[in-house]
Write a protein that binds this ligand. Sequence first.
Ligand SMILES: *[C@@H]1O[C@H](CO)[C@@H](O)[C@H](O)[C@H]1NC(C)=O
Length: 96
Amino acid sequence: MARSSAKAAIATLLTVISFFLPGVFRYDYQLDNMLVVNQTGYETCIPNEGYIEYNTGEDMIQLAYGGNYFIGTATPGDCWGGMKLAINALAPDNKD
Ligand SMILES: *[C@@H]1O[C@H](CO)[C@@H](O)[C@H](O)[C@H]1NC(C)=O
């Protein structure tokens, strides 16, 4: 139950972010940072070796096609609380 509601919250967050701010992340850089991790880091909330840290408070990220995983901050409690985001950037649809 808790897990599915966390997933729903993340899905909502993903929708909101992709609708309003495609690829742009804004936050208070004095309180938070943002880590781009791989799937293992995303699932365990432990940043994997080679993670990328952003801390400007207004980060623009070029999304590669395929899975992209983001953790809102390096604070584990925040990650377990659901403050993380997975983005699956799809290749453009040729029919458009
Ligand atoms: C994530 O990175 C860690 C450390 O480099 C590695 O051990 C792990 O296999 C990676 N996970 C995935 C899903 O690539």
